[in-house]
Design a protein around this ligand. Structure first.
Ligand SMILES: Cc1cc2nc3c(=O)[nH]c(=O)nc-3n(C[C@H](O)[C@H](O)[C@H](O)COP(=O)(O)OP(=O)(O)OC[C@H]3O[C@@H](n4cnc5c(N)ncnc54)[C@H](O)[C@@H]3O)c2cc1C
Length: 408
C-alpha cells in the first residue's frame, strides 16, 4: 500500500513541502500545532530564485494579485540620508534572471500556498496537531502528537521552524544562537505616507548597531517596516524580563525603539513616525550547516528554518524553505514508478543537493548583519566599496539564479 509522508509544521516551508510532494503524486499528512492559520507576521522578500519555484508551481497569477514588485533596492545612511548603493530590481531582475523580485506579507504568501495545497488535493491538513516525538520502524515513521494522536508515514519531514522538535530528536539538543538583535516590525498604509516614501522601492537604512528596511506589500497598498537594533527582549525592550523567546509578536513601545535608534534622518523619521503599532521579536539563528547529515538521516529530513534558520539580512528565509520544498518535490517526481520509493536514498539526495547552498546563505546572512551595523573603519570600507563597486556588490547571481537542480 502507498504510504503518506508526514510533514510536521504548516508554515511557509511545510505548506510548500506538502505542495511540492502532492504535485509529484505523493500523499501527505500535514500536522500544524496552531488551532488555525491566521494573519501572523509581516513582510517577506522573495528573490527571483523563490519566484521561479512559484512560477513552476503555476502560482504567478496568485502572486501578482497579492505581492508588490519593487523597481529598486536603495541603500542609504540612516543618519545623514546619503545614498550608499542601488540595485535595480523590476525589469532589470526579469531581464537578468527571467523572474521578478517580489515583496509580500507573510500571511498572503501563506494563504497562496494553502489555497494551492487545497486545490491540488492529496494533502490532509491536521490543525491542533503538535508533534511530540517520532519512532522509527523498518519501513515507516510513527509520529505521536501531544494530544496522543498517532500518524504513520513512509517518511517524516520536520518543517517545524527554528525551535524544531524533529530536529532535536534527529540531531540532539543544540540550543539556538541568540544574535543579540531585536526586530521591531510595523505596517503602514501607503496613503499615510508622504509621496516621496510611497515609491515602489525596497529601502535599507544602515547605521552603527542598527538597520531599518521598508518595502511595499499588498500591491503597494501597505508598507512593511522592520527596524533591527541591538538589545535583549525584556531588558528595555518589549515585555517583562523572561518574555518567551519563541514569540513572534511581543508588544513593543515606540520610545524603546527611538532610544535604541538615536537620531535618524528626516525621511527615515517620517517612515518610522507613520507606524502606529510595533511588534517585536528576538532574532536567533544557528551556525551554518556543516554537512548533509544535518539535513536528513534515514527516513527523517529537516526543511526550512528547522534545518537552517538564518538572520533575515539576505532576505532569504522563506526563499530557502521554498527551494528545499521544490527540490524534495522534484526528487519525488523523478523516483522510479512501479516500485516502493526508497525514502532514505531520496532524502540523502535532497540533503546533498541542499546543504551547502543553505550553509552559504546562512553565513552570508550573518556577515551582512556585521556589515550593515558597522561603525568606524569597517563602516568607511563598506561605504567606499559600495560607491566603487556599485550594483555588483548587491547583486547575487549565484543566489538569484537558483534553485539548483537535484544532484545525482
Ligand atoms: C508566526 C510566525 C510569524 C513570522 N513572521 C515573520 C515576519 O514577520 N517576517 C519574517 O521575515 N519572517 C517571519 N517568520 C519566519 C518566516 O516565516 C520563516 O523564517 C520562513 O518562512 C521559513 O519558514 P518555516 O516554514 O521553515 O518556519 P516557520 O515559519 O517558523 O513555520 C514553522 C511552523 O511549524 C509549526 N510548528 C512548530 N512546532 C511544531 C510541532 N511540534 N508540531 C506541529 N507544528 C509545529 C509552527 O506553528 C509554524 O507554523 C514568521 C514565522 C512564524 C511562525
Amino acid at each position: 500500500m502507498k504510504q503518506d509522508v508526514v510533514v510536521a509544521g504548516g508554515g511557509i516551508g511545510g505548506l510548500a513541502c506538502a505542495l511540492g510532494l502532492a504535485r509529484a503524486g505523493q500523499g501527505v499528512r500535514l500536522l500544524e500545532q496552531a488551532a488555525g492559520f491566521g494573519e501572523v507576521g509581516a513582510g517577506l522578500q522573495l528573490g527571483p530564485n523563490a519566484v521561479r519555484v512559484l512560477d513552476d508551481w503555476g502560482l504567478l497569477p496568485g502572486l501578482h494579485a497579492r505581492a508588490a514588485f519593487p523597481d529598486e533596492l536603495r541603500v542609504r545612511d540612516a543618519h545623514d540620508g546619503q545614498r550608499l548603493g542601488l540595485l535595480r530590481l523590476g525589469a532589470t531582475m526579469r531581464a537578468r534572471y527571467g523572474q521578478p523580485y517580489a515583496t509580500i506579507h507573510r500571511a498572503d504568501l501563506h494563504g497562496l500556498l494553502l489555497e494551492a495545497v487545497q486545490r491540488q488535493g492529496g494533502v490532509r491538513l491536521h490543525l491542533d496537531a503538535r508533534l511530540a516525538a517520532y519512532e522509527l520502524a523498518s519501513n515507516s515513521v510513527r509520529v505521536t502528537c501531544e494530544d496522543g494522536s498517532v500518524f504513520q508515514g513512509a517518511a517524516l519531514i520536520g518543517a517545524d521552524g527554528l525551535w524544531s522538535r524533529v530536529r532535536t530528536q534527529l540531531l540532539g539538543a543544540q540550543p539556538v544562537r541568540a544574535s543579540g538583535h531585536l526586530a521591531y516590525r510595523g505596517m503602514v498604509p501607503a496613503e499615510a505616507l508622504p509621496a516621496s516614501l510611497r515609491a515602489p522601492v525596497v529601502t535599507a537604512w544602515l547605521g552603527p548597531r542598527l538597520h531599518v528596511v521598508h518595502y511595499p506589500v499588498r500591491r503597494g497598498e501597505w508598507f512593511n517596516v522592520v527596524a533591527v537594533v541591538h538589545g535583549v527582549l525584556g531588558q528595555g525592550h518589549g515585555g517583562p524580563p523572561g518574555s518567551d523567546p519563541q514569540g513572534w509578536s511581543h508588544e513593543a513601545r515606540t520610545q524603546d525603539l527611538q532610544r535604541a535608534l538615536g537620531p535618524v534622518c528626516t525621511d527615515l523619521k517620517d517612515m518610522l513616525d507613520a507606524v502606529t503599532e510595533w511588534k517585536l521579536w528576538a532574532l536567533n539563528d544557528r551556525p551554518p550547516m556543516a554537512g548533509p547529515h544535518e539535513h536528513a538521516r534515514g527516513r527523517v529530513a529537516l526543511l526550512g528554518d528547522a534545518a537552517h534558520p538564518l538572520r533575515p539580512y539576505l532576505a532569504q528565509g522563506a526563499a530557502m524553505a521554498i527551494e528545499d520544498a521544490w527540490t524534495l518535490g522534484r526528487l519525488r517526481q523523478d523516483a522510479p514508478s512501479g516500485t516502493a520509493v526508497d525514502w532514505p536514498l531520496l532524502l540523502q539526495r535532497y540533503a546533498r543537493t541542499r546543504w551547502s547552498r543553505n550553509a552559504r546563505v546562512q553565513s552570508r546572512s550573518q556577515r551582512n548583519g556585521t556589515i550593515f551595523h558597522a561603525s568606524g573603519l569597517l563602516r568607511w570600507g563598506r561605504n567606499t566599496s559600495m560607491s566603487l563597486l556599485g550594483e555588483s556588490l548587491l547583486n547575487n547571481p549565484w543566489l538569484y539564479s537558483g534553485p539548483p537542480q537535484p544532484v545525482a
